[in-house]
Write a protein that binds this ligand. Structure first.
Ligand SMILES: Nc1ncnc2c1ncn2[C@@H]1O[C@H](COP(=O)(O)OP(=O)(O)OP(=O)(O)O)[C@@H](O)[C@H]1O
Length: 315
């Protein structure tokens, strides 16, 4: 169990982390989501005793990281994949870590296998690794001692789509076996797919937290009908405000149950009724971090600036 209680970190007159409190439970993946500079890395560094808190506490299993004997054996940590020793081979990095923690050397081969680094790649110096390979090596290193807790800062950075898929499955399996996972990301869709619990941080403060289902429930409803005009009328009568989303469909802030009831009461046949999709959570993320997001403060780009973005496409 990870427990963060009224944790703050001040650098000069800048409050990088501002009185945050959260818990990560065994058997769950907790996503720590926030824009650049929100305070994610500072929090994870305080959890792993690399940065001293200004106030509050951060404990793992009831203890500060620095008070845990042989902490690597109980807590797997990956904070900066690019910080590995460039002159050593991947295998050497893992072998030294295994020796330091008093582990059997066969764990090195098991972990190389687990993270998909081939024997040939394991013989290469880390300085010649791609960022994705460094992430895989860092994940191997964090899992070496089969710890109960994993703390990962932006582990998906540099991984290709297949690598991201692999990592999701790995972390899911790890949590399903009772492990506690805390991972950070500034990418909403990454967190959305992988996490059971989500903590959103902006400008050092937690702006939302809860289960993914709870936060998604706040993302409203998408609804489609054979007769969209009748549907719009029925929802309006029920006091539900809608926004046209497709030719025959609407988005609304209301819950799916309320939308379904309103349509049924008016005898309107629906062809689709579901929680608001990813865009809904994206809106939520942007709303929650609005004002905390540096992009919200930046002037809008001049017309014609940058590539054209297709409707529905990813920027
Ligand atoms: N050692 C330090 N000295 C001064 N300010 C710092 C220091 N470390 C972090 N900060 C500041 O604290 C704030 C939070 O930084 P942090 O690295 O925790 O953000 P983050 O959410 O991890 O961002 P990113 O997604 O860009 O990695 C930033 O404004 C950063 O400039």
């Amino acid at each position: 169990m990870i427990q963060v209680q009224n944790l703050s970190k001040r650098y000069g007159d800048h409050l990088a982390v501002d009185d945050i409190t959260f818990t990560c439970r065994p058997g769950t993946v907790t996503g720590f989501l926030g824009p650049n500079g929100a305070g994610k890395s500072t929090t994870l560094r305080m959890l792993t005793s690399l940065t001293i808190p200004t106030s509050g506490s951060a404990t793992i299993g009831g203890h500060r990281y620095s008070d845990i004997p042989n902490p690597g054996a109980q807590i797997g940590v990956l904070l900066d994949a690019s910080a590995q020793h460039n002159g050593r081979t991947g295998r050497e990095v893992l072998t030294i870590a295994a020796q330091t923690m008093g582990l059997d050397r066969k764990r090195v081969d098991e972990m190389l296998d687990l993270v998909g680094l081939s024997p040939k790649e394991a013989k290469r110096r880390v300085g010649n690794y791609s960022l994705g390979m460094r992430q895989r090596l860092g994940i191997a290193s964090s899992l070496l001692a089969d710890p109960q807790v994993l703390i990962l800062d932006e582990p998906a950075n540099g991984l290709d789509p297949a690598g991201i898929h692999w990592m999701r499955q790995l972390l899911r399996h790890y949590a399903d076996r009772g492990g506690t996972v805390l991972l950070s990301s500034h990418l909403l869709h990454e967190i959305e797919v992988i996490a059971d619990e989500i903590i959103v941080i902006g400008n050092g403060q937690i702006v939302a937290q809860g289960s993914k289902d709870e936060l998604l429930a706040g993302a409203g409803t998408f609804v489609r009908a054979l007769e969209p005009d009748e549907l719009a009328r029925a929802l309006s009568v029920a006091g539900i405000h809608v926004t046209p989303a497709t030719a025959d469909g609407f988005s609304t802030d209301a819950d799916p149950a309320d939308v379904g009831k309103a349509a049924a009461a008016a005898g309107v046949a629906l062809v689709e009724l579901r929680p608001g999709d990813r865009a809904g959570l994206e809106d939520l993320f942007l709303q929650l971090t609005a004002g905390n997001q540096r992009d919200a403060l930046a002037p809008a780009p001049a017309p014609g600036f940058g590539p054209a973005v297709q409707q529905g496409g990813q920027a």
